[in-house]
Design a protein around this ligand. Sequence first.
Ligand SMILES: [Zn+2]
Ligand SMILES: [Zn+2]
Length: 119
Amino acid sequence: MAVHREKINLYKTIKKIFPKILIKDLNENERICPDCHGLGVKINTRVFGTGDSLESHPYRTEALALCPHCFNGVQKICKYCGQPYKGHCDCEGQLAEDLKIQEQKWKLYLKQKKLTKGM
Ligand SMILES: [Zn+2]
Ligand SMILES: [Zn+2]
């Protein structure tokens, strides 16, 4: 396998491709991701080689990949526990809120059921 190593100047290349400033309009419960500093990408390293041992994998391909800790460089912060979350926070505060909403929905459902029965 004839592998040759190329080096890409990240600073120069980024300067060529991207604008100087990224704009982020954040909601109250959002913050810039501290892991990728708002870029939304991190360096992902793929190592490869010929054998099974670590020493036989001397080659690498480094690339920019999506940051696993945020969405587009922005983290949503849970208003109950103050921690960043993706999709849905599973802390106690959020759980209590979810239960409250469920209860309200259920009450509304029962109310409507009664109403239709009465007709
Ligand atoms: Zn990030
Ligand atoms: Zn939470």
